[in-house]
Design a protein around this ligand. Structure first.
Ligand code: NAP
Length: 251
């Protein structure tokens, strides 16, 4: 098993890619703290992990809130131990509107969850991980942090910010044997993507990748990249965006 005796904290793990990552990490031997703003969804993921013979706890947390982020880390340490892996994955799509039409509230909420939430997750976990002298942080960015998408100014800005935060964290904490990377998924068939498109992911949601692999990915395909980054297999990988986009940014 690739994560035997490791402790992992995963946010947004009640749904989509976070849930897939939580299930895979547990199969690979990690004890998993399943955090989500939707406590019930977190409990379902934790229950499924335990039903399969793994170890998990469920935490209700809004990653954009300082108190929640602090409590999420503190409870993980109290119940499972200092995390070896923190996977800051929670995110929202926000409202789709051209830049000048976007409300201040919508802009602020996307930045608060998708960017501030990732910073808070690292801020409160890093001192403990540094004291432990090892660790892997994985942040969920997006190809939206690398290319422009209409109607998604705040989302693109937040995800570009996650890539930048990832690089700085890697630079600052490499001396503590902590690796920090981010994943830039393309179109993944999750509840978020289905919500955005009102059902099954349509071809136009594939962007340029329609000409390459021509399909959306399953969340499990991203979980495998997260597992790689979490494990010692990625021992020399840090400060990097890992693009898993079915070819979107290649064309
Ligand atoms: P998802 O199925 O909606 O799962 C995200 C989970 O995060 C949901 O359970 C959601 O709860 C939770 N969440 C939302 N706001 C939160 C908060 N403030 N604190 C804690 N948890 C919160 O979405 P997904 O597609 O798996 O997305 C996961 C990550 O991948 C996000 O960061 C997203 O931006 C990114 N991403 C997605 C795609 C894609 O194609 N799907 C592509 C690139 C990047 P609720 O359901 O109650 O909101």
């Amino acid at each position: 098993m690739k994560l035997a005796s490791k402790v992992a904290l995963i946010t947004g793990a009640g749904s989509g890619m976070g849930r897939a990552g939580a299930l895979l990490f547990a199969v690979e031997g990690a004890k998993v703290a399943v955090a989500d703003i939707d406590q019930r969804a977190a409990e379902l993921t934790a229950r499924d992990i335990e039903a399969a013979g793994g170890k998990a706890i469920a935490l209700g947390a809004d990653v954009s809130k300082k108190e929640d982020a602090q409590a999420m880390v503190a409870t993980t340490i109290a119940k499972l131990g200092v995390p070896d892996i923190v996977y800051n994955n929670a995110g929202i799509e926000g409202e789709s509107a051209f830049l000048a039409q976007m409300s201040e509230e919508a802009f602020d909420r996307v930045i608060a969850v998708n960017l501030r939430g990732v910073w808070l997750g690292m801020k409160y976990a890093l001192p403990h991980m540094a004291a432990k002298g090892r660790g892997s942080i994985i942040n969920t960015a997006s190809i939206a942090g690398m290319v422009a998408m209409r109607g998604a100014a705040a989302y693109c800005a937040a995800k570009a910010g996650v890539i930048a935060l990832t690089r700085v964290a890697a630079l600052e904490y490499g001396r503590y044997n902590i690796r920090v990377n981010c994943i830039c998924p393309g179109t993944i068939d999750t509840p978020m993507m289905r919500r955005v498109h009102g059902g099954k992911v349509p071809p136009q949601a594939l962007g340029p990748s329609v000409a390459v692999l021509g399909r959306a990915a399953e969340p499990e395909e991203i979980a495998k990249m997260a597992l790689f980054l979490a494990s010692d297999d990625a021992s020399f990988a840090t400060g990097a965006p890992f693009v898993v986009d079915g070819g979107w940014t290649a064309v």
